[in-house]
Design a protein around this ligand. Structure first.
Ligand SMILES: Nc1ncnc2c1ncn2[C@@H]1O[C@H](COP(=O)(O)OP(=O)(O)O)[C@@H](O)[C@H]1O
Ligand SMILES: [Mg+2]
Length: 198
């Protein structure tokens, strides 16, 4: 059963398994398109593997094939955080801050931190969609990761955005010892963004 069809991939559910297949983009040159899809398929699989070793709440990887551009992974039941955040922004903010803090302390940048890439499963939060994720030691990359998260919250959850964001950074700082450096950097990233849009 097809459960989602995004810009990059088709997602099918088979029993307790999700199959994510990266589809070709007609507007990209086909050689480049194949390279990019197989690279992202491999990268998502690699990050999922690493996360499962860390016992991080993300889908377990079952298999990967960079010829067919498919990843098979665990199905995480629940609802997207997008539909749940506004009911309890502080609680979910604490969860988000913790998970992003753990990722950054392991030098993993998610790079697509939106509430459509987070699943509420009972009382727990899971992160999904690691197709753009990468490893990085740079505080800049971590700050940009947070910047994107902040922007999505502001745009998608504007009524609760402030409370949620405050809970996020508090919890982020508890779970990541270099949080203060990254948050300082975030201020610079934001200034830059503002100057650009002038
Ligand atoms: N492991 C999973 N368990 C449950 N639902 C999933 C899982 N992976 C993806 N989904 C669902 O499919 C949607 C799209 O998957 P995602 O990996 O975010 O791909 P895209 O790159 O298209 O955003 C998600 O928003 C979520 O609803
Ligand atoms: Mg997604």
């Amino acid at each position: 059963m097809i459960i989602a069809q995004g810009a990059e991939a088709i997602l099918k559910k088979e029993g307790n398994k999700i199959i994510k297949e990266r589809i070709s983009k007609k507007y990209r040159l086909s050689g480049l398109d194949n390279q990019l899809r197989s690279f992202r398929t491999r990268r998502e699989a690699k990050i999922l593997e690493k996360l499962s070793i860390l016992n991080f709440p993300s889908p377990k990887l079952y298999s990967m094939c960079d010829k067919s551009m498919k990843i098979e992974m665990e199905f995480i039941p629940g609802k997207l955080l997008r539909s749940q955040l506004d009911n309890n922004p502080v609680l979910w903010g604490e969860h988000i801050g913790k998970l992003v803090g753990i990722l950054h302390s392991k030098n993993i940048i998610h790079d697509d931190l939106t509430t459509a890439n987070m699943i509420v499963n009972k009382k727990n939060l899971f992160l999904i969609d690691f197709g753009l994720s990468f490893f990085s030691l740079k505080e800049e990359d971590k700050a940009v990761d947070l910047h994107l998260l902040k922007n999505t919250l502001n745009a998608r959850h504007s009524l609760v955005y402030k409370d949620c964001w405050n809970a996020i950074i508090k919890s982020y700082a508890k779970h990541f010892d270099k949080a203060d450096i990254v948050l300082k950097r975030l201020e610079k990233v934001e200034l830059r963004g503002r100057n650009k849009s002038k």
